[in-house]
Ligand binder design. Structure first.
Ligand SMILES: Nc1ncnc2c1ncn2[C@@H]1O[C@H](COP(=O)(O)OP(=O)(O)OP(=O)(O)O)[C@@H](O)[C@H]1O
Ligand SMILES: [Mg+2]
Length: 274
């Protein structure tokens, strides 16, 4: 895939990032260990690449995404965005970070506020960031809806999430994520709730968006075929550890770690070493 002159410059870097969750309280269990969702992981994501994070359920993928979107903080370690440690961002700089980094969630049925119209949903980030005037904001909303394939945008503005299909809802979530033209998008299994044909349409849309805006993506999935289709490089995560990072082709054709080999074996239609 074509890269810009920013190739090899890291936009995002995770250094020895650990996230521990307190154990869930159960009356019949006297004491239990914290859940180590991430165990000292190191990762670097280059400017302009689609970086895949692949692993089975519970491996720590969403946790990584949530830490990057600063919805939660690491227990230890540091995340750098454009060389700045994000733990130190406050006030105006934190607000700016929130406009530069966006997250698309797995479930388009839960990620949209049912009480907001589609226009209000996409408008909200512009309002929060204080961008534009009333008129220019609405223009931007309509234009963004068109861009994500909800066309004509005006026709969708006054609808509510329950009046849309799952695929259309996810397009609204994508519109909301890109309306601020962020530099980095975390897409957390954005198509796993949708059928295969809709998923492929959304993959194409995400690729178009990447080409149009030159955004960097973290693409989270448990599906290696999807990761191969979408990503330049892939990291394989297992029980909170990154076990392997390589180009998408090398991960599929020449997996090195036993866990990656196992992951490929359990995916239908995949054989490694071809
Ligand atoms: N808020 C939380 N409180 C306690 N434990 C949590 C919390 N969030 C995640 N975990 C635990 O952390 C581990 C990693 O969870 P995470 O959601 O990151 O996995 P995942 O790779 O995204 O899985 P999936 O493919 O099912 O979405 C799991 O064991 C999970 O139960
Ligand atoms: Mg998850």
């Amino acid at each position: 895939m074509e890269k810009t002159d920013t190739k090899n410059r890291l936009l995002v870097e995770l250094k020895q990032v650990t996230k521990a969750y307190a154990p869930k309280k159960r009356w019949f269990v006297r004491s239990s260990q914290p859940v180590l969702a991430l165990n000292s992981i190191d990762l670097g994501i280059e400017h302009g690449e689609v970086f895949g994070l692949v692993g089975q359920s519970g491996s720590g993928k969403t946790t990584t995404g949530r830490l990057l979107a600063k919805l939660e903080s690491p227990t230890a370690g540091e995340i750098y965005f454009d060389k700045t440690p994000i733990s130190q961002l406050k006030g105006v700089r934190l607000k700016a970070y929130r406009s530069r980094v966006q997250m698309i969630f797995q479930d388009p049925y839960q990620s949209l506020n049912p009480h907001l119209s589609i226009a209000e949903t996409v408008l909200e980030p512009l309002m929060v960031q204080g961008i534009g005037t009333r008129d220019t904001r609405m223009e931007k909303v309509v234009h963004t809806l068109d861009l994500v394939g909800l066309s004509p945008g005006e026709a969708f503005c006054h609808r509510y999430p329950h009046q849309l299909s799952g695929g259309q809802r996810q397009r609204v979530a994508i519109a909301r994520a890109i309306v601020l033209e962020p530099q980095f998008i975390v897409a957390d299994e954005p198509t796993s709730m949708l059928d295969a044909t809709i998923a492929i349409q959304l993959f194409k849309l995400l690729q178009e968006i990447k080409e149009t805006f030159g955004m960097t993506f973290l693409f989270i999935t448990h599906n290696l075929a999807a990761a191969r289709y979408m990503c330049d490089r892939i990291a394989v995560i297992h029980e909170g550890h990154i076990v392997e990072v390589n180009t998408a082709e090398n991960i599929i054709r020449h997996p090195e770690h036993p866990y990656t080999k196992k992951l490929i074996k359990v995916q239908p239609g995949f054989k490694y070493g071809r």
